[in-house]
Design a binder for this molecule. Structure first.
Ligand SMILES: Cc1cc2nc3c(=O)[nH]c(=O)nc-3n(C[C@H](O)[C@H](O)[C@H](O)COP(=O)(O)OP(=O)(O)OC[C@H]3O[C@@H](n4cnc5c(N)ncnc54)[C@H](O)[C@@H]3O)c2cc1C
Ligand code: FES
Length: 447
């Protein structure tokens, strides 16, 4: 019990002091009881008691200092043991939407604001794998149906008493005459402390296996920092011996979220190396960043000179550049993990249907059973989600990349083919509209 408590103290000075004071108190108390019972006449008995207390305190201090490694291992094992049953219990009870209360809202940078969520039912929260996301549902005035979006869990607090989402206000893309981001602007402007938001359990396969020993390199730009924080915190807590890099790109200090928080993780973890690259630093930023320019493969290679696993999250061009750069540098694809929050912009939803030009494609018909519409498949649509939107339907979606499962729809007849393998799990007889195209001449969807 005492050793377990000691093991939970991360700071070696505090741990050492605690052990010293505990030993001092125990020996002093024991000596006092012994003196009280035996009532010795000899003054040397009192001196011996004082010396014993002081020597005990010194030994306690030394023990507390050297107890670090064992304590952390104990803590890591204990944490895993503690979490697994909780995970099992909670998973069995929380499967669909569960109401969460926004208990704290914190501005992190010019664009990013964090929302701390606690379950309205005050029940336990399951643990999650660092890198996973939460799917939330928002009732936005003016929208015909709830808007569903996915946001990475941006914290790894112990114990898991809250979940944190950190959301970037999404502006409209330059050059496009469209509305700014629906969910993100709604969250920033209209969701305050006390608001209730339904969420599905943590999910996603962009995860870091904390038990591995191979060095891990976390590389992000912009809001792509969110899963990296939970990964860095989880490794620091559960496997602190693992070498870790946290490499992040931002425009300048005002757009750089979580700078102090990541520095605080590094202060606890001597195996964590931080590098911040600012593309347009301000004068005020002097001393807070390490290089000027973008995060690219050359920078990564100059910092990491050993075999490692790479975790990437950021804007589409940033990710494309790094993925091809790492490949050229000889990093096996099996060592590179990535998640894209958005697909490259493309105007959708308001295009008129154009007739298919290719003979095979022309022969394909898509039936939207609930809407009672049969429409010839258009080669202009990249996937069935876009096709449905182009024809005035409004199926739920979030990631548009086969990650979140929000667009899952029952396939009543026919077959589809996927452009990329789905990351989300899909029930038998259902398909993910956002990555599927018709394969057979007749496809009937429960839409
Ligand atoms: C696994 C995962 C994790 C994620 N984690 C995070 C996270 O931690 N933090 C975070 O901030 N985001 C995260 N995202 C992104 C998030 O889910 C949303 O996609 C993001 O917030 C934008 O949603 P929105 O409703 O604000 O914008 P949307 O309304 O979906 O619009 C997105 C963009 O498209 C533009 N647009 C609007 N209409 C059109 C049109 N007709 N044609 C073309 N463009 C249009 C908008 O102006 C906007 O720029 C994550 C995504 C995934 C898949
Ligand atoms: S919208 Fe996420 S899987 Fe299709």
């Amino acid at each position: 019990m005492l050793f377990e408590s000691l093991g939970r103290i991360q700071n070696p000075v505090v741990r050492s002091l605690t052990a010293a004071l505990t030993t001092l108190s125990v020996i002093t108390l024991a000596s006092a009881i012994a003196i009280g019972v035996t009532k010795p006449k000899d003054e040397s008995a009192y001196k011996t008691a004082i010396y014993a207390s002081l020597i005990g305190a010194g030994g306690g201090a030394l023990f507390g200092w050297t107890f670090k490694g064992k304590g952390n291992q104990l803590k890591a094992t204990q944490a895993l043991q503690d979490e697994q049953p909780t995970q099992a219990t909670e998973r069995s009870t929380w499967k669909d939407w569960r109401n969460f209360v926004v208990v704290r809202k914190v501005k992190e940078s010019e664009e990013i604001t964090s929302f701390y969520l606690q379950p309205e039912d005050q029940g336990k929260l399951p643990s999650f794998q660092p890198g996973q996301f939460l799917t939330i549902k928002l009732e936005i005035p003016g929208q015909a149906r709830p808007v569903i979006r996915t946001y990475s869990l941006s914290d790894y607090a112990e114990p898991h008493t809250y979940y944190r989402l950190s959301i970037k206000r999404e502006p409209k893309p330059s050059g496009l005459d469209v509305m700014p981001g629906l969910a993100s602007n709604f969250m920033h402007d209209l969701i305050h402390e006390g608001a209730v938001i339904p969420a599905k359990p943590p999910s996603g396969k962009f995860v870091l296996d904390v038990e591995k020993t191979l060095p891990a390199v976390l590389i992000s730009n912009g809001v792509g920092i969110t899963p990296m924080i939970s990964m860095a915190k989880a490794v620091t807590r559960l496997n602190p011996e693992r070498p870790l890099w946290f490499i992040h790109g931002a425009r300048d200090g005002s757009f750089h979220a979580f700078r102090e928080e990541v520095s605080a993780i590094a202060a606890q973890n001597p195996n964590l190396t931080i590098h911040y690259a600012y593309s347009r630093p301000r004068q005020d930023d002097a001393g807070y960043y390490h290089s000027t320019g973008y995060v690219d493969t050359a920078l990564i290679q100059s910092l990491v000179m050993q075999d490692a696993e790479y975790f990437l999250c950021g804007s589409p061009p940033f990710m494309e550049g790094l993925r091809s750069g790492l490949k050229e540098a000889g990093v096996p694809e099996s060592r590179v993990f990535f998640e894209m929050f958005t697909k490259a912009s493309k105007v959708t939803g308001d295009r008129s249907l154009t007739k298919a030009s290719n003979g095979d494609v022309e022969a394909m018909a898509v039936v939207f059973a609930q809407a009672n519409q049969t429409i010839a498949w258009s080669a202009d649509s990249d996937n069935l989600l876009e096709f449905a939107e182009a024809n005035g339907l409004n199926p739920p979606y979030s990631c548009r990349q086969g990650i979140c499962g929000t667009c899952e729809c029952k396939l009543l007849e026919g077959e589809v083919e996927y452009q990329t393998a789905p990351t989300a799990s899909v029930e038998d007889g259902s398909v993910l509209l956002c990555i599927a195209k018709p394969k057979t001449s007749n496809v009937i969807l429960d839409l």
